[in-house]
Ligand binder design. Structure first.
Ligand code: GLN
Length: 292
């Protein structure tokens, strides 16, 4: 669909380019998480915003100044081990410098775990991938002050909805279920708007927020970080980790816009509105699936 057809009113923003870097797109990409990148690309294109997608895989250095948004999807434990070592050795400095200057860093599930301090999981015995022989602590990049442990309990699986409070969340004009997104908070201490993210989670790791770490949101339905705390994800500035697959952004395009705006240094309402009738139905369907 053309930008002219999708864009509703406000002028497109010329000469802007969103520069995205996907980390380990071959290894860290389960549950179709790459759909998140497609949503970013489409929503930029429909507005006349340029879009550049680069990838950084195992062994490749990372130029933290060359991108506005870094993305790492979900992964299997085995692949996370490979990526974790590489993240530390070849990418941590660049990624941390980028986060410090305000670039967006988004980690989904396994990617979220690797943005934290550590992921502790059973060590497979030598020569086999089966059985339990002690635990192994994988070091993460430490952008989020969280620690994840793979416990013996069941995997945390299912549809999930969380309530987030974000400064500058875009208003969603529809009534109905998605009308919750973008509502003003009441009261003198309110500095943001509540909004709802819906998705699907499937993780064995339980994530604990360490001192001072803010969650991304509060669980309305589902398990969240550990199935106990009622908290989901983590956020530090523009670095965000969440267990929501789905993929996340097709089910929550308002959040895609929030990320695009943050990455470009814009307020959310500086992005031209789009005709999101279908996307809102998708969001509402994901909310219904979660029972919200
Ligand atoms: N392997 C990790 C876990 O099971 C992450 C899974 C995922 O990315 N869905 O906790």
């Amino acid at each position: 669909m053309s930008a002219a057809r999708r864009s509703q009113g406000a002028a497109t923003i010329p000469a802007r380019v969103l520069r995205v870097c996907a980390l380990y797109p071959g290894l860290m990409n389960i549950y179709a998480d790459r759909g998140n990148l497609i949503v970013l690309e489409r929503r930029c294109a429909w507005r006349g915003i340029g879009f550049q997608l680069a990838a950084s895989g195992l062994g490749e250095q990372l130029d933290g100044d060359a991108h506005d948004l870094f993305y790492i999807g979900g992964g299997q434990d085995r692949d996370q081990r490979l990526c974790a070592r590489d993240l530390i050795e070849t990418k941590r400095a660049g990624l941390c410098a980028a986060a410090a200057r305000g670039a967006v860093v988004l980690g989904i599930c396994g990617g979220y775990q690797l943005l934290g301090r550590s992921y502790t999981l059973p060590l497979p015995p030598a020569g086999t991938m089966r059985g339990r022989c002690g635990d192994d602590e994988i070091e993460g990049v430490g952008l989020l002050n969280v620690r994840t442990v793979r416990e013996d309990g069941p995997r945390l699986i299912g549809n999930v909805a969380i309530e987030v409070t974000l400064e500058d969340a875009p208003r969603v004009p529809a009534a109905g279920a998605s009308g919750r997104a973008g509502q003003d908070l009441d009261g003198p201490t309110a500095r943001g708007r509540t909004a709802v993210l819906a998705g699907f989670e499937n993780h064995g790791g339980r994530t604990r927020l360490c001192e001072g770490q803010q969650p991304l949101g509060r669980v309305l339905k589902g398990h969240g970080n550990d199935g106990r705390s009622g908290l989901e994800g983590a956020r530090a500035g523009n670095t965000i980790g969440t267990y929501l697959h789905g993929p996340l952004l097709p089910k929550n395009v308002w959040f895609a816009d929030w990320l695009i705006a943050r990455a470009l240094g814009l307020a959310a309402d500086e992005l031209a509105p789009l005709d999101d009738a279908i996307e809102r139905q998708t969001h509402e369907s994901a909310l219904r699936a979660a029972g919200v």
